[in-house]
Ligand binder design. Structure first.
Ligand SMILES: Cc1ncc(COP(=O)(O)O)c(C=O)c1O
Length: 367
C-alpha cells in the first residue's frame, strides 16, 4: 500500500515527532501580556536572522501582510504590487477592506519586477492624486513559479524607495526558499525593505504561524493592529516552539525540496499531453499546462493518490514576456494550469512515483 502524495502546496506538511516534542515541552506565558518566553525567543531570533529590530508572531502570512499594509499606509494611499501578487489575488481584497488603500499594479517579468516600470507607476500626493506610500514585493513569487527576485533588483528598488519616499514590504512567505536557492542571507534581502513577513507554516514545516519583522516602532504599531484583528494569542509559545525548531532544523533542507522539484520537472519535460511552463525550476514549484481542463486532470491524478493544485480561477499575463501587449486585455483565464509543490513530506521515491503517474494520466487523457 502506498500513501497519498500531496503536492497541492507546501502548507500540507505535518509537524514531525521532534517538532511536536518541542511544542509539548515549550515554556509558555500569556503573549498578549508579552510574557510568553518562547514567543519572545522566536521573535528575537527572527529579527536577528533578518537584521531587523523586532519581530511579531502572527497566525498567518495573510495577517502579516495585513498588518504591514495597515501600519505603513493611511486610508486612501496608493500601494503598488505585482498584478500576480498573492496580496492582490488571494487575500480576499484585504488591501481595500482592511487597509482602505488603492492598489496599483505593475507587471513583472516572470515574477521579477522592472524598476523603471515601478518608477513609472509612482504618484506623489497632491491635490488630485493619492501618494504611493508602499510597495509590496513577493520573494519567492508564488504565481510566477517560485521565482527568486535577485538581490540587485531589491537593492535598486530600495534606492528608488529612499529617493521617492515610499516604504517597501517583502511578502517573504517563502523567503527562506529564496535564501537557500540564491545563497543570499535573509538579512541582505531584508535590508532592502522596511518590513518583511516570512511563513513558518510553508516549507519550514510548522502547523501555524508567520513572523513580521521591522523596526521597534513599526512592530509596536503592528501589535495594536494584530490585537484589533483578533491575532493576539495567549499561550502561543506552543506554536513558537515549532517555529524555533524549524529555524534550527528546516532551513538548509529546503535544498532537497528544490532538487526534488527539478527532478520532477525533468521527468515531465516530454510528458504526453502536458507542457511545462518553465524548465528551469528556481525553488520548490513546478507549473504545467494540460490539454484537458485542470480540474479533470487533477481528479484523474487523485485516483493514483497524487494530489496537485488546480485552482478554479487563474489568470496569467497575456504576452510570453510577461508584459502587456499593446491593446491586449492584460490577463486571461487559464483553466488548464496545474501546480505541484515539493516539501518536507515528499521524498525522492515519491517524486519518481509522481512522475510515472502524471505521465500515465497525461497519456491516457490525450489518447
Ligand atoms: C506568497 C504568499 N504570501 C502570503 C500567503 C498567505 O499565507 P497564509 O496562508 O499563511 O495566510 C501565501 C500563501 O500561500 C503565499 O503564497
Amino acid at each position: 500500500m502506498h500513501s497519498t502524495i500531496d503536492m497541492r502546496s507546501d502548507t500540507v506538511t505535518r509537524p514531525s515527532l521532534e517538532m511536536r516534542r518541542a511544542m509539548a515541552e515549550a515554556e509558555v506565558g500569556d503573549d498578549v501580556y508579552e510574557d510568553d518566553p518562547t514567543v519572545n525567543a522566536l521573535q528575537e531570533r527572527a529579527a536577528l536572522l533578518l537584521g531587523k529590530e523586532a519581530g511579531l508572531l502572527v497566525p498567518s502570512g495573510t495577517m502579516g501582510n495585513a498588518l504591514a499594509l495597515m501600519t505603513h499606509t493611511r486610508p486612501g494611499d496608493e500601494v503598488l504590487m505585482d498584478t500576480d501578487a498573492h496580496s492582490m489575488l488571494y487575500e480576499v481584497g484585504l488591501p481595500a477592506t482592511l487597509a482602505h488603500v488603492l492598489t496599483r499594479q505593475f507587471r513583472s517579468r516572470a515574477g521579477i519586477p522592472d524598476v523603471e516600470e515601478i518608477e513609472g507607476c509612482l504618484h506623489s500626493a497632491d491635490l488630485h492624486t493619492p501618494g504611493t506610500s508602499l510597495l509590496i514585493l513577493e520573494n519567492t513569487h508564488n504565481r510566477a513559479g517560485g521565482t527568486v527576485i535577485p538581490l540587485d533588483v531589491h537593492l535598486a528598488v530600495a534606492q528608488l524607495a529612499r529617493s521617492r519616499g515610499f516604504s517597501v514590504h517583502i511578502d517573504g512567505a517563502r523567503l527562506f526558499n529564496a535564501v537557500v536557492a540564491s545563497g543570499v542571507p535573509a538579512s541582505e534581502f531584508a535590508a532592502c525593505a522596511d518590513s518583511v513577513t516570512f511563513c513558518l507554516s510553508k516549507g519550514l514545516g510548522c502547523p501555524v504561524g508567520s513572523v513580521l519583522c521591522g523596526t521597534e516602532a513599526f512592530i509596536e504599531r503592528a501589535r495594536r493592529f494584530r490585537k484589533m484583528l483578533g491575532g493576539g494569542m495567549r499561550q502561543a509559545g506552543i506554536l513558537a516552539a515549532a517555529g524555533l525548531y524549524a529555524l534550527d532544523n528546516n532551513i538548509a533542507r529546503l535544498a532537497d525540496d528544490h532538487r526534488h522539484a527539478r527532478r520532477l520537472a525533468d521527468g515531465l519535460t516530454d510528458a504526453p499531453g502536458l507542457t511545462l511552463e518553465k524548465h528551469e525550476i528556481p525553488t520548490n514549484m513546478v507549473y504545467f499546462r494540460t490539454q484537458v481542463p485542470a480540474s479533470q486532470f487533477a481528479e484523474r491524478l487523485a485516483a493514483h493518490d497524487i494530489l496537485c493544485g488546480a485552482p478554479a480561477t487563474i489568470y496569467v499575463a497575456k504576452s510570453e514576456a510577461g508584459r502587456r501587449a499593446p491593446g491586449a486585455p492584460g490577463v486571461r483565464p487559464v483553466p488548464n494550469r496545474i501546480r505541484l509543490v515539493t516539501h518536507l513530506d515528499i521524498d525522492s521515491e515519491d517524486i519518481e512515483r509522481a512522475i510515472t503517474s502524471i505521465r500515465s494520466v497525461g497519456a491516457a487523457m490525450n489518447a
